[in-house]
Design a binder for this molecule. Structure first.
Ligand SMILES: [Zn+2]
Length: 363
């Protein structure tokens, strides 16, 4: 007979960690037990109880489960036990299978599920924060620098003794921190602020100082480098004559909304990542990109809450998985001339007077 148990609760040592911000779920709430092909639930004397089809079960007693049963932890935290996966026993020690590409993040309307090193961590999508999420990352930072104590030693006068840290969050997202280096760290040409953590899609190019490009694939063989998607200009309609034309009131309104897009984009870049700040995954700051692996197909899902860019991404979400769209792509697509849809690229909103392509004047 084969018996497997999964500990469900709020604390680290659980196999199935529920990030319940309302604390309805106890630290060690229940056990899900699999005996051959039969499932059982056992409440561990939790504060708010475990309910089977609306009726509280006795603590410390195994109760058999049928597929149609509905379990809630406390009265209203639904536990979809059918979806819970038991780690594969054949793989041996669970700790042993912390392969780097084992991390996946799955999202639904209400939750974010992080699978990492054989554990499942469930976040409430509206209340989860990046700092919670990154706390569970199993990948350690690799340090880059001239000093021999660095994980990756780089022999170049451009490089500081201790220059930067990089780690993979998923196969397609890395996190990077410049360690107050002398010559700086650049990503896609933009200089990072020192001692702040940033996350980028694997398509981003990391550069040390002015001319030393880092080949991430060399240091992180497991990284899946996404191709940078060129933003194709929309099929050009008839372009208006080149003399400057005033925008209509509707276009002007749309243009003004772009100020928020710009702000959202910047807040994402600037504060997304300082772990101290943390940010709401469903909240104002957006663009948590997650890799979703289904049948070997890697995709990127962008999620977000409020804001115009958020709404835009929300629409994109209806296509379920957009494997080709990164946060930055989305920004570049949205941050565009209301008339001809030409992207304003990364020009600060406040500096845009007119569209350089169709010459529509916005101020
Ligand atoms: Zn234009």
């Amino acid at each position: 007979m084969e018996v497997q148990t999964l500990l469900i609760g709020r604390i680290e040592e659980c196999d199935y960690i529920v990030y319940d911000t309302l604390n309805r779920v106890s630290r060690k709430h229940a056990l899900l037990i699999k005996e051959d092909n039969n499932l059982f639930i056992q409440d561990l004397g939790s504060s708010n109880g475990t309910f089977l089809d609306g009726r509280q079960i006795k603590p410390n007693v195994r109760v058999p489960l049928k597929p149609q049963n509905k379990i809630t932890l406390s009265r209203d935290y639904e536990l979809d036990f059918q979806k819970i996966r038991f780690p594969d026993l054949l793989q041996g020690n669970r700790r042993g299978l912390q392969e780097k590409d084992d991390q996946t993040i799955l999202m639904s309307n209400s939750s974010i599920e992080l699978n990492s090193g054989g554990k499942t961590i469930l976040f409430d999508r509206n209340n989860a924060r990046m700092e919670d999420l990154s706390k569970h990352e199993v990948n350690k930072f690799k340090s880059f620098g001239r000093a021999s104590t660095c994980d990756i030693k780089l022999e170049s006068p451009t490089v500081s003794k201790s220059h930067l840290n990089i780690r993979l969050l998923t196969s397609v997202i890395f996190e990077i921190e410049d360690l107050n280096s002398t010559n700086g760290t650049y990503v896609d040409g933009e200089k990072l602020l020192p001692n702040k953590r940033y996350q980028f899609s694997s398509s981003a190019q990391v550069r040390i100082g002015n001319n030393l490009n880092l080949d991430l694939k060399k240091y992180f063989p497991e990284i899946i480098v996404l191709e940078k998607k060129a933003i194709a200009p929309p099929p050009s309609k008839q372009l208006p004559p080149t003399n400057t034309i005033d925008s209509t009131s509707e276009e002007l309104k749309q243009f003004k909304e772009l100020e928020n897009v710009w702000k959202e984009y910047n807040s994402r870049l600037n504060q997304a990542t300082s772990t101290a700040t943390g940010f709401g995954i469903g909240g104002a700051v957006l663009g948590l990109a997650a890799s979703v692996f289904t049948g070997g197909v890697a995709g990127i899902l962008l999620m977000s809450g409020g804001g115009i860019l958020g709404r835009y991404l929300g629409q994109k979400e209806s296509n379920k998985i957009r494997g080709d769209l990164t946060f930055e792509d989305a920004f570049l697509e949205v941050y565009a001339c209301p008339r001809c849809k030409e992207s304003f690229q990364k020009k600060p909103w406040i500096t845009i007077r007119e569209c350089f392509k169709c010459k529509t004047k916005y101020r």
